[in-house]
Design a protein around this ligand. Structure first.
Ligand code: MG
Length: 381
């Protein structure tokens, strides 16, 4: 086998990041081979992906129920644990939503596999645990999310001289709206992100800025900096994906038109940078200007909540993830208003008694507690 050929297990292959990861595989078939695919609900799309990429393994509970022999073509149904630790897998791409990726991520890191992490919830819930497991097993967590991916790119060739990280935020679909306007926001409106095309959960998290709080937590664990060294700035053009200030005051920024395929490709083909005709180029003159402003905490209550509870030790960050997941799901179903999202999350967090997280199950049960607490609060309203 060509030693430059990377075998991937792709968890969440039918979602936004999953399908874009497969676009990168289509572009570079001599560099990336799909060993395993998994999906949740989109069985037809998964089947067509299996036919096209011919993986060794797949996982999909909905599809498995309909199969007599557990096979789709030559692909064999297999547990997450077995697929991520298979000998042919070099890199596990976690592109799922929610906490389903936590245990497979741990299994992969324990087996010495690198993990291209697109799933934020795992690292928000159990960041310290994941970093320790990676360190002990000599495996790496490679960030796919555009902001930590930008920081990773800026740190290339640098020593340990970070003075500050600037994480940029577009401000989401509701930037500049009044409280009254926010009350009337429909799910359809909130799902229209100004600069990025993403899955529904993360688009709502971007509108509330909970997503940005999660990225601060992600950056803290990935780059081993203090909380006070991370600053979030609103940058409506989404061209600068993040910046690193070094001890001497010099700042490096990673700039490119907003397209997740670039950070995905960087994580998959690292350390190589290869021409991809699908990716648009940055044109400074055409763009004209880049703008920045500070975050107004009053305008984004989820951001303040996320930073507060997400930076706590123990299982509070996991409850935050679970509570946010249920609040966003309820908003998308029309059960609560947009402005109720931070209210129900806060109520759940305030009712919670955190414990020290010792096992993955401690974090998963805390997230489940957060989900059911928010569901209960909404039912009472
Ligand atoms: Mg991001």
């Amino acid at each position: 086998m060509d030693d430059r050929l990377i075998g991937i297990a792709l968890l969440g292959s039918t979602g936004s990041i999953g399908t874009q990861t497969l676009d990168i595989v289509r572009r570079f078939p001599d560099r990336i081979k799909v060993v395993a695919l998994s999906a949740h609900n989109s069985t037809e799309l998964l089947k067509s992906q299996i036919e096209e990429f011919k993986p060794k393994f797949f996982n999909c509970s909905n599809l498995s129920m309909k199969l007599e022999n557990g096979m789709v073509g030559e692909a064999k149904q297999c547990s997450y644990e077995d697929m991520v630790t298979d000998d042919e897998v070099d890199l596990v791409v976690t592109a799922t939503v929610g906490d389903v990726a936590l245990v497979p991520t741990i299994c992969a890191l324990q087996a010495g596999k690198n993990v291209a992490l697109a799933n934020k919830e795992s690292i928000v819930m159990a960041g310290e645990m994941l970093i320790q497991i990676a360190r002990t097993n000599n495996s790496k967590i490679l960030p796919v999310d555009s902001e930590p991916n930008a920081i990773w790119q800026c740190l290339r060739g640098e020593g340990k001289s970070i003075s500050k990280l600037f994480i940029t935020a577009s401000g989401g679909a509701m930037r500049g709206m009044t409280d009254m306007e926010k009350k009337k926001i429909t799910p359809e409106l909130a799902l229209q992100h100004p600069t990025w095309t993403m899955g529904p959960k993360i688009t709502i998290d971007s509108a509330t800025l909970m997503n940005k709080a999660f990225e601060v937590i992600e950056a803290k664990w990935l780059f081993d900096v203090g909380w006070e060294q991370i600053e979030v700035v609103i940058h409506p053009e989404s061209m600068i994906h993040s910046m690193v200030e070094f001890e001497d005051g010099s700042v490096k920024a990673q700039i490119s038109p907003p397209d997740m395929k670039l950070p995905i490709q960087y994580a998959l083909l690292y350390p190589d940078r290869i021409f991809n005709p699908d990716l648009a180029r940055f044109n400074p003159v055409k763009l004209g200007s880049l703008n920045f402003e500070s975050v107004n905490f009053n305008q984004y209550p989820c951001f303040a909540l996320g930073l507060d509870y997400g930076s706590r030790v123990g299982t509070s960050p996991a409850v935050l993830c679970g509570a946010d997941e249920m609040a966003v799901e309820s908003f998308l179903k029309g059960a609560i208003n947009f402005s109720d999202i931070p209210v129900v999350i806060k109520e759940a967090l305030q009712a919670y008694q955190p414990v020290v997280g010792k096992t993955p199950e401690d974090y998963l049960s805390a997230a489940a507690w957060g989900r059911s607490k928010v569901a209960g609060i909404i039912n009472l309203k």
